[in-house]
Design a binder for this molecule. Structure first.
Ligand code: GDP
Ligand code: GDP
Length: 465
């Protein structure tokens, strides 16, 4: 609380996206409440334990469109003057433009504390832009992806470093009505034991790559991390015959379980394939997200479906890579067919992410990793008891449990008992009598309502007395 941030940068670098991420829907709604008088141009924002205001500079680009660069600059200067801290934002995907330097100059002259936000850092080829960003003379660029919510912990740390602990946490503010009001809000937030915690993207995301022999697993792994890394960088694995490789994907730490079977591939004989299934199982147990590599020219063999089923039963989330897409003549048709099949053959985790790639050419790898990260977020998701029970009210009103032996089954409440994968406990009158079909209905409805595609969802029934 207490400090104001202005997000400054040329058009299209992602200022609005960052603004929305910091302000979030929940807090934006607070502003719309009648009777809450706030400056409409200032919005309450939150970054983990930091609470502050962001100045809405959304109108500034219209000013630019009226071909009055002078006015745009003037507006920017006003925002900078009001702010205690500047998020100077650049787009490291496209690289620096002359306008970036012009704006940076204005910011530097203001003498205000600055955090240099290197946005779109998840994009392929962002590394060059990161290096260029140093040239602005605004300190260390902080790689983030406003769109995907990556790099937020580093952004938090950078704010504290730029402002100092005291100002960042508002300890130097005097008491005033406005602050008292926002403290109530914060207090509630912290006091809620059921608050949905932010997704932690600082820990390495553990991935395994599985699939039938010749699907292209080794080629894919090599394309993802680079041949050299595989040969020189691996550290000893947790088990004797399983090796993990650590690497970064667009600033996200990844730990990949590379099975011995894959690594010794050239020496594999057919009779050793049994062993590589064992390796696969071990890899699945270690991983959070499992990439299933399918040869798009011969997809969905029985063994592929068994692997997918195993992954889901182990509580891991699958992401499908339809590989060798470069060999496909009718990509549109085939993709539609494969999507349909994925849904039909794997209903246990409706909405599995499926991406077309070519490990050989490197096409689609960005999308694959985006899907992995997206799925990982869903796998980690937590829904508050309040939201769950509002959802349950709707269910009970429109599609209540059936009557069994003349007595209607009753559901009292639902809570989320665990994450990774999401697991829910349903308190009901007679768990044993609850039909499986109704449990499936609840699961699917919950998946829809809280947007949790493609991951296993556990549902346990418990007596409510
Ligand atoms: P503004 O003009 O600076 O407010 O930029 P916007 O927030 O409107 O974003 C411009 C474009 O960049 C939009 O198409 C966004 O979807 C995209 N964008 C924003 N943040 C990111 C990001 O982190 N990564 C990528 N790849 N694109 C982004
Ligand atoms: P693994 O047994 O699953 O590790 O499969 P490999 O990575 O060894 O690949 C098996 C064969 O498929 C090799 O001949 C690769 O060159 C080939 N391959 C792998 N990925 C692709 C791809 O995307 N396109 C094409 N055309 N061939 C590929």
């Amino acid at each position: 609380m207490g400090f104001k941030v202005a997000i400054i940068g040329r058009p299209n670098v992602g200022k609005s996206t960052l603004f929305n991420r910091l302000v979030g829907k929940k807090l934006a709604l607070v502003d719309d409440t009648p009777g809450v008088t706030r400056d409409r141009r200032v919005h309450a924002a939150k970054l983990y334990d930091l609470y502050f205001d962001v100045i809405d500079t959304a109108g500034f680009e219209d000013a630019a469109a009226s071909t009055l660069p002078g006015r745009m600059r003037q507006q920017t200067e006003i925002a900078i003057r009001e702010a205690d801290l500047i998020f100077f934002t650049v787009d490291v995907k496209s690289g620096l433009m002359p306008d970036d330097r012009t704006f940076a100059e204005v910011v530097r002259k203001s003498g205000k504390p600055v955090v240099l936000v290197a946005n779109k850092a998840e994009a392929r080829g962002a590394q060059g832009g990161m290096l260029e960003a140093w040239e602005l003379g605004l300190g260390e660029p902080i790689p983030v992806s406003a769109e995907h919510g990556q790099g937020m912990p580093d952004l938090r740390d950078a704010v504290i470093e730029a402002l100092g602990q005291e100002r960042a946490f508002g300890e130097d503010e005097d008491e005033s009505d406005e602050i008292a009001a926002s403290e109530v809000l914060i207090g509630e937030d912290i006091a809620d034991p059921d608050a949905e915690p932010a997704y932690d993207d600082t820990k390495p995301l553990r991935i395994a790559v599985v699939g039938r022999p010749n699907a292209g697993k080794s080629t894919l792994i090599n394309a993802l991390i680079g041949e050299e890394r595989l040969l020189t960088g691996p550290e000893a694995g947790i088990t004797r015959d399983s090796i993990s490789v650590d690497w970064d994907w667009r600033g996200r730490r990844i730990k990949l379980f590379d099975t011995a079977g894959m690594r010794r591939k050239s020496r594999i004989h057919e009779k050793l394939e049994v062993m590589s299934v064992q390796d696969g199982l071990r890899a699945i147990r270690f991983a959070e997200i499992v990439i299933i590599v399918l040869d798009a020219t011969i997809p969905f063999e029985k063994q592929d479906l068994q692997i997918a089923d195993l992954i889901i039963r182990e509580g891991r989330a699958p992401v499908i890579a339809f590989n060798k897409w470069d060999l496909i003549d009718n990509p549109q048709e085939l993709l539609a067919e494969l999507r349909e099949k994925t849904g039909r053959l794997l209903p246990q985790a409706r909405g599995i992410q499926a991406v077309t790639v070519s490990a050989e050419t490197g096409r689609g790898l960005d999308r694959l990793m985006d899907s992995v990260i997206k799925t990982h977020k869903v796998w980690n998701s937590r829904v508050s008891t309040g939201k769950l029970n509002r959802w349950l009210e709707g269910i009970l009103a429109h599609h209540p449990p059936p009557a069994v032996a003349g007595r209607r089954l009753k559901i009292k409440y639902v809570t989320q008992a665990k994450t990774r994968p999401p697991g829910f406990v349903v308190s009901c009158s007679r768990p044993d009598a609850m039909p499986q079909s109704y449990v499936r209905y609840l699961t699917n409805s919950l998946r829809e309502a809280f947007d949790m595609p493609g991951v296993p969802i556990r549902m346990a029934l418990r007596t409510s007395d």
